[in-house]
Structures are given as C-alpha cells and as structure tokens.
Ligand binder design. Structure first.
Ligand SMILES: [Fe+2]
Ligand SMILES: [Fe+2]
Length: 166
C-alpha cells in the first residue's frame, strides 16, 4: 500500500464524501439513520483534520513557505468545521437545526476538500519528492493510530486550538 501523503489524504476525502452522499440520500424523517450517519461523518472528520493539523499542515508550512497563506486558511476552515461538529454532536437528529447544520458542514467541508485537492495539493506534489511525501505519509499513519475519534475528546479540542494559535 502506498504511504504517499497525498494519496492517503485523498483516500480519506473519498470516504468523507461517500458519507456526505449517504446523508444527502437518506429520508428526511429517517432520524435514526441520520443520527448514525452524522456520527460517522463527525468521526471521519475528527480523525482527518487531526492528522492534517498534526502532520501535513505543519510539514508543508515549514517545507514550502510559499504555501503559508493556503495553510493558514485551511487551519481556519478546519476550525469552522470543528465548531459545527461540536455543535452537531450535541444535537438530537430530530432537532429543528440538525439537518441545516449538517448541510452547512457538508458544504463547507466539500469546498475545503476541493481547495486542497485542486488548489494546493498539486503544488505540494510538484515541489516535494516522492520520498518526502511517503515519509510524511508514514507519519500521518502513525498519528492516525492515536487520533481522537470524537470532537469532545480533550486531545481533539486542544489540538484544534493549538493549530490555530501556533
Ligand atoms: Fe483539510
Ligand atoms: Fe483534507
């Protein structure tokens, strides 16, 4: 299996987008299914933003200073997604704002993923060698092992704050 950082992150994106699609296709009043899907979405996003915040973003920021603005913007986008995820995790699926909030989360993250995949990942691919990308990928996999799975876990909250303040 490839440990190329961009290949790994894109595989996560694919899983995230598949869960988004499932949510969009489920019936409006299928509250149990909606609740389960949102739990899954939150878990996938919590792990993914954690490994990007911990490994990919700081690595790219230090190796490719030209991408500083893109990285700072990406941290902020993660932060907005984290806030929505924390709020959603506390809402019952039949709450009036549950679907609206999920839809806004999906729209935001979909745009964020597009900016990564079409905006700055290609620049990273162009500038870093295959060996460097696979070393970063190995670290992504290591950090994934101990990543929080819920935004309420203290490590998730602390990391998202650190990521913005650092
Ligand atoms: Fe991201
Ligand atoms: Fe990502």
């Amino acid at each position: 299996m490839s440990t190329d950082a961009i290949v790994l992150l894109k595989a996560d994106h694919k899983d995230i987008k598949a869960a988004f699609k499932q949510f969009q296709q489920v019936g409006d009043r299928a509250f149990t299914a909606k609740g389960k899907l949102v739990e899954k979405i939150i878990e996938l996003l919590t792990v993914h933003t954690y490994i990007e915040n911990e490994v990919m973003y700081p690595e790219v920021r230090s190796l490719l200073p030209d991408l500083e603005d893109e990285i700072l913007e990406s941290y902020e986008e993660h932060h907005v997604a984290d806030l929505l995820a924390v709020e959603l995790a506390a809402l019952p699926p039949d709450a009036e704002r549950f679907s609206a909030k999920t839809t806004v989360l999906i729209e935001n993250v979909t745009r964020h993923i597009e900016e990564e995949e079409e905006g700055w990942f290609p620049k990273v691919r162009e500038k870093l060698g295959r060996k460097q990308l696979s070393e970063i990928g190995e670290r992504l996999l290591e950090v994934k092992e101990k990543a929080p799975h819920s935004p309420a876990q203290p490590s998730a909250i602390k990391k998202s704050i650190d990521a913005v303040l650092r």
